[in-house]
Write a protein that binds this ligand. Structure first.
Ligand SMILES: [Zn+2]
Length: 343
């Protein structure tokens, strides 16, 4: 089996990423060939998650009992999107995660990567937990129930439970506000001299959660990051296999296009019917920039290359924009999963 580079940016880092992922994909495909397609791609819903098992270095922050992380969830208001029903005129600096077709309150929240708890306090409403990762990134989890199972100084592994979503009674639907960023505090946002009058105030690690649309800088220029892009780009370090992905619960469409490369403009190879819970070998992935400059859900860029049958592989969009919520310019602010990694 040949290892092809699927770099599109020409950047050396991206080249290395793609070489690594393709090498892992090749080894995964070899194992897959030995097992045979029927066994590998059989529909297996309700996989039991073992947070301590070897797996990716990063994974999604919300998970339902007995389900793959992120399965059964959606992002109602995406990163750097305008949330017109809650805070029009501002970009959202994180993602609001909800459970699909059910109440989100009480749902478990998990550390997205290994790190140290550096903040566990606030009333946002609800507690805020912030984890510092070795990479210099911080993950932040807001609107958590008050009985936190973690405290400052505790080390967590990827997939460790760090709390549950708060049941709110202030008229705002219960959800997880989730950010990834390069700072705990920084002067102009939540440090000594915040530039804008958000409620968080001075030296307030949780931060404002929003950034004015008329600010001269995009949230990514300040240090916030697109969480879905970060998680998928960093999930599989060198030498680890992406394993499998499964069709998420309630995908927004019943079938999707299979493309020859990770782009909606690429040649269409096939159409795939989406049956929730069906697993396919995940050969490689393509995710957009962590510091994406996009300003709507259309800017999310996540594709998985899947082995769809013994002889067919192709690229499928793993997360897609939804117009459930829209910015004031009409562009979508919400996102739904077609596929989630089996974690
Ligand atoms: Zn939010």
């Amino acid at each position: 089996m040949s290892v092809r580079c699927r770099c599109f940016t020409g950047s050396p880092d991206r080249h290395a990423d793609h070489e690594r992922l393709n090498a892992a994909a090749t080894s995964s495909a070899r194992r897959w060939t030995r097992r045979g397609f029927i066994a590998a791609a059989a529909a297996v819903a309700g996989a039991v998650r073992d947070a301590s098992a070897a797996g990716p270095a990063w994974s999604y922050p919300l998970g339902l009992p007995g389900r793959v992380l992120g399965d059964g969830c959606w992002i109602r208001d995406g990163y750097a999107c305008e949330n017109t029903w809650y805070n029009p005129g501002s970009w959202h600096t994180g993602e609001d995660w909800y459970v699909l077709d059910a109440e989100t309150a009480g749902t478990d929240v998990f550390a997205v990567s290994a790190g140290e708890i550096v903040y566990a306090d606030s009333d946002y409403p609800g507690r805020v937990v912030i984890v510092r990762h070795d990479s210099g990134l911080y993950s932040m989890y807001g609107h958590l129930a008050y009985d936190l199972p973690v405290a400052v100084g505790k080390t967590v592994a990827r997939g460790d439970r760090i709390g549950a979503v708060l049941a709110r009674n202030d008229g705002v639907p219960s959800h997880l506000h989730f950010e990834i960023r390069t700072f705990l505090t920084t002067d102009a946002v939540n440090g000594a001299s915040p530039r804008y009058g958000f409620a968080c105030g001075v030296n307030c690690p949780p931060g404002p959660g929003y950034w004015p649309m008329n600010a001269p800088d995009h949230p990514s220029e300040i240090g916030w990051r697109n969480p879905v892009h970060v998680i998928n780009r960093r999930a599989w370090p060198r030498g680890t296999s992406p394993g499998e992905a499964l069709v998420a619960a309630s995908p927004p469409t019943s079938s999707v296009d299979v493309r020859a490369s990770p782009s909606a403009d690429a040649r269409r190879r096939d159409t795939l019917s989406l049956t929730p819970g069906t697993r396919y070998p995940l050969l490689s992935m393509h995710a957009g920039a962590e510091n994406s400059a996009a300003t709507s859900a259309d800017g999310y860029d996540l594709w998985y290359e899947l082995q769809l049958s013994e002889k067919t592989r192709g690229w499928i969009q793993a997360i897609v924009p939804s117009d459930f919520d829209r910015g004031s310019d009409g562009r979508p602010s919400s996102l739904r999963f077609n596929f989630v990694p089996v974690v």
